[in-house]
Design a protein around this ligand. Structure first.
Ligand code: ASC
Length: 150
């Protein structure tokens, strides 16, 4: 019975995860909270890789791989939480997110692509790979922040 409950809970969690992100939010504030939470997690684990890439923290292959796993799981999640109905909600997102939606999408795609490469590099066990992949990914974070974040 315990096993059944656990497997039902897992199934429900998997279903919730598979919903399109825009369908998950009852209120715009919920979407804002969600995307801010995801960015907080992303920054934490991205920053941990940055510490190693920039020589501030000793390279630890296992830690790099673990941080990469988290990034792989979360980096695409924010984009579905920038629905049109959230454009007036209180947040650090500029109106340009919605006014220049194609540009925002392009920035998100570039971030996803460079982070996907960073994930592979961070799991390679090789610090030079991590160093090479970190800069381009960090550039895409900054580029979007400059254009779209207060
Ligand atoms: C980080 C972090 C960001 C980016 C950005 C890169 O670690 O939290 O927002 O890198 O500073 O330029």
């Amino acid at each position: 019975m315990k096993k059944n409950i656990a497997s039902i809970a897992l199934t429900l969690a998997a279903c919730a995860a598979a919903l399109p992100a825009h369908a998950q939010f009852a209120k715009p504030e919920d979407a804002v909270k969600y995307r801010q939470a995801v960015f907080t997690v992303t920054a934490r684990h991205f920053g941990a890789l940055g510490g190693m890439a920039n020589g501030k923290v000793p390279f630890d292959a296992a830690a790099a791989a673990a941080n990469a796993d988290v990034l792989a799981a979360v980096h695409k999640l924010p984009w579905g939480a920038f629905g049109e109905n959230t454009s007036g909600a209180k947040s650090n997102a500029k109106a340009s997110v919605w006014k220049e939606a194609a540009k925002f999408k392009q920035g998100a795609d570039e971030m996803d692509a460079t982070v996907a490469k960073l994930v592979v590099a961070a799991k390679s066990g090789n610090l030079d790979n991590l160093k090479a992949a970190f800069g381009p990914a960090a550039k895409t974070c900054k580029s979007c922040h400059d254009q779209f974040k207060e």
